[in-house]
Ligand binder design. Structure first.
Ligand SMILES: [Zn+2]
Length: 254
């Protein structure tokens, strides 16, 4: 399996992470449940993390701002990979339970509270980012596990960058529901050449939202790769319906 890890998280010694890269293998990149090769891929993923595939939980994403707490008892153990319904974010404080989301340009947001030992995996496309799904996750970590936002580490995995993500102006209103105009000006940049077009910086919007929630700026890591222009991760914008998906995952090991 071809992948990168989130090093700032791995360095804590209490989690393992993964972001799968594109690969020439036919079944690789196919993570969609029921698709050819998907089951084999999840089995290989389980081996890589030293767990049974029954302890892999994947969000069944619907571009919502819904985050759910998952447990082995509830979400593992039925003999196959179990998907969490209608959620775009997963949280747990249990060891050896791998939380996964899929992306192709959307932002995977990894969360870790090393003090309370709580992790989160969030899929944040423009809809989820407009609705501040990462903040929902942090709030759940606070309410259910006593996490202090000051302790929380956040990292954004490969996603489309601010120079590649051109959007139309009708995306502005959904963001204005949760961000001020001043904040918006920091992540919507008017296209210099195309009328009514903007460049949207999803990572900056997420950073602003997390900081406002009390996560320290120094604890928020920016994406290292753009899925659109780097060419080594799936990009929906670039590959359209041919695009595979990047699987992103996090698991507590200690
Ligand atoms: Zn780019």
């Amino acid at each position: 399996m071809d992948y990168i890890t989130v090093d700032v998280f791995e360095n804590t010694g209490i989690v393992k992470t993964i972001c799968t890269r594109k690969s020439s293998l036919a079944s690789e990149g196919s993570w969609k449940y029921g698709e050819q090769g998907a089951q084999e891929n999840y089995e290989e993923l389980g081996k890589l993390f030293g767990i049974s595939p029954t302890d892999i939980v994947r969000a069944r994403q619907v571009h919502s701002a819904e985050v759910r707490i998952v447990t082995k008892a509830e979400n593992g153990g039925d003999g196959i990979l179990r998907e969490a319904d209608e959620y775009d974010g997963l949280i747990t404080n249990e060891k050896d339970l791998l939380l996964c989301t899929l992306e192709a340009d959307c932002v995977p947001v990894f969360l870790l509270d090393p003090v309370r030992k709580v992790i989160g995996m969030v899929h944040s496309g423009w809809k989820g980012t407009a609705q501040k799904i990462s903040v929902q996750a942090v709030q759940l970590m606070k309410e259910n596990f006593g996490s202090n936002p000051k302790d929380i580490l956040a990292a954004m995995g490969p996603c489309i960058c601010e120079n590649c993500y051109e959007v139309s102006d009708d995306l502005i209103d959904p963001f204005l529901e949760n961000y001020s105009k001043r904040e918006l000006a920091r992540f919507f940049r008017k296209s210099p050449v195309r009328e009514d077009k903007y460049f949207l910086d999803l990572a900056e919007a997420i950073r602003i939202a997390l900081k406002k929630e009390g996560v320290k700026e120094d604890n928020i890591s920016a994406p290292e790769y753009c899925t659109f222009h780097a060419g080594i991760f799936p990009s929906y914008r670039k590959e359209k319906d041919m695009a595979g998906r990047m699987l992103t995952g996090i698991m507590l090991t200690e």
